[in-house]
Design a protein around this ligand. Structure first.
Ligand code: OSB
Ligand code: MG
Length: 374
C-alpha cells in the first residue's frame, strides 16, 4: 500500500441529548476524521479522543497536534505492506493511542477495500451479527432513568449499562433492578471511587449485576485486584487497559473478570485484536465499548465486534440514538432482536457522506508526499 495522501478534519457534531458521566457532561462533540488514500482507494478512521482529558489524557486538540506534527508528515508517501505494520513504524510515539488508532484504522479500511473484503473478515471476524447494549448517562432522578430503560428495552437492546458516581448509585441501580428483575444490567463508574469505598461498593453485589466497570483509578490495576477479591460481582476494566500487556497483567492479578475493548484506547485494530486474543486464551469475555462515536468510528467498532471473543453485548448502538444525521450511509441500525448486522461490503462497509462531512468540517489539513504542508 502506497500512502498517496492524508486528510485530517475536525467536525463539530451536537449529540441529540447531553451525556453525563462521573467526569462531566458532553453534548458538543469535536470529532476528528482521517482519510487516507492508498493506491487510489480511500480509507477512513475516526479519532475517539474527548474534548477534555477526562477519560484518558488525550483530547481532540492533542490528537490534532500529534497527527499533524508526528504522524501525517512521516506517513505521506510511505510504502506499507499491511495496516498491521503501522504500530511498529510509529512505536517511537509514546501514548496517544487514540490519535494513532484513527490513522491505523484508516489504513485497515483502505487495505480491506483494496482486497475487496469486509474489514471484519480481514481482521479475523467470524460473527455475522453483533449483540447490542446501551450506556445510559447519569440522570437527575431514578424515575426518569427507569422510563429510559423501558424505552431502550422495547427497542430490543440486550443489556443496560448505567453510569454511576458517588451519590448517584445505589438508589438508581435499585430502582432499575426492581422494575426489571431479569435483565442484563451493569454499571460504569469511570473511576469515581477509591478502595476506601469498598464497603459501599460491596452493596452493589445485591443487584445481580453483570459487571461493575472501572470503579477505581484510571491507571490502577493493582487496586482493582484488591477490590475484586472482596466483591462477588465481576469487575470489568475499561480505562486501565491500554494494551495487550496490561490485559495480561490484569488477568494474572485477577483484577477483573471481563474486559471492555475500545479501539481508540488501545491504539487501533492491531492492538485490539491482541487484547482480544489474550482474553480469549484464558476464557475471559470481552465486549466493545463506545466513545460517543460518529458513523466512521461506529463502523470500525462493528467490524471489531465480529471477532469470536466478543460474547457480551457491547455499547455499540444505533446512529439515531446519538445523531439527527450520521455521517455514513447506511446509518447504523439495530434490529428488534437487539443486534446489528456486520456489513458484507468491502472495508468498513458504508459510504462516508462527503457533502455532510464538508458542511460539518471546521478545520482541515492535507498532506501529500513531498509537500511540507498544505
Ligand atoms: O466509559 O464507556 C465509557 C462515553 C464516553 C467516555 C467513556 C465512556 C462512554 C460511554 C458511552 O459509556 C458509550 C457510547 O454509547 O458510545
Ligand atoms: Mg467505561
Amino acid at each position: 500500500m502506497k500512502v498517496e495522501s492524508l486528510c485530517l478534519r475536525e467536525l463539530r457534531m451536537r449529540l441529540k441529548s447531553p451525556f453525563e458521566t462521573s467526569f462531566g457532561v458532553t453534548q458538543d462533540r469535536r470529532i476528528l476524521l482521517v482519510e487516507i488514500v492508498c493506491d487510489g482507494v480511500s480509507g477512513w478512521g475516526e479519532i475517539t479522543a474527548g474534548e477534555t482529558p477526562s477519560f484518558n489524557s488525550e483530547t481532540t486538540e492533542t490528537a490534532w497536534h500529534v497527527v499533524s506534527e508526528f504522524i501525517a508528515p512521516r506517513l505521506a508517501g510511505k510504502q506499507l505492506d499491511f495496516a498491521r505494520d503501522f504500530p511498529t513504524l510509529f512505536a517511537g510515539i509514546r501514548g496517544h493511542q487514540m490519535a494513532k488508532a484513527g490513522v491505523e484504522n484508516a489504513l485497515w479500511d483502505a487495505e480491506a477495500k483494496q482486497a475487496n473484503v469486509p474489514l471484519a473478515k480481514l481482521i479475523g471476524g467470524t460473527l455475522e451479527r453483533i449483540a447490542c447494549g446501551v450506556s445510559l448517562g447519569i440522570r437527575s432522578d431514578a424515575k426518569a432513568l427507569v422510563a429510559t430503560v423501558e424505552k431502550e428495552l422495547a427497542s430490543g437492546y440486550r443489556r443496560i449499562k448505567l453510569k454511576i458516581k458517588p451519590g448517584k448509585d445505589l438508589e438508581f441501580v435499585a430502582a432499575v433492578r426492581h422494575a426489571f428483575p431479569e435483565i442484563l444490567l451493569s454499571v460504569d463508574a469511570n473511576s469515581a471511587y477509591t478502595l476506601a469505598d469498598t464497603p459501599h461498593l460491596k452493596r452493589l453485589d445485591q443487584f445481580n449485576l453483570l459487571m461493575i466497570e472501572q470503579p477505581l483509578g484510571w491507571d490502577d490495576i493493582y487496586s482493582h485486584a484488591r477490590l475484586q477479591g472482596q466483591l462477588e460481582t465481576a469487575i470489568c476494566l475499561d480505562e486501565c487497559i491500554t494494551n495487550a500487556q496490561h490485559a495480561a497483567s490484569a488477568l494474572e492479578l485477577r483484577a477483573c473478570r471481563i474486559i471492555n475493548i475500545k479501539l481508540g484506547r488501545v491504539g487501533g485494530h492491531t492492538e485490539a485484536r491482541k487484547v482480544h486474543d489474550v482474553c480469549r486464551s484464558v476464557g475471559i469475555p470481552v465486549w466493545c465499548g463506545g466513545m460517543l462515536e460518529a458513523g466512521v468510528g461506529r463502523a470500525h467498532n462493528i467490524a471489531m465486534s465480529a471477532l469470536p471473543g466478543f460474547t457480551l453485548p457491547g455499547d455499540v448502538s444505533a446512529s439515531q440514538r446519538y445523531w439527527h444525521e450520521d455521517i455514513i450511509e447506511p446509518e447504523v441500525t439495530v434490529s428488534p432482536d437487539g443486534t446489528i448486522a456486520v456489513s458484507g461490503e468491502p472495508g468498513i462497509g458504508c459510504a462516508v457522506r462527503r457533502e455532510l462531512v464538508e458542511t460539518l468540517t471546521v478545520r482541515r489539513r492535507d498532506w501529500k508526499p513531498g509537500s511540507i504542508t498544505a
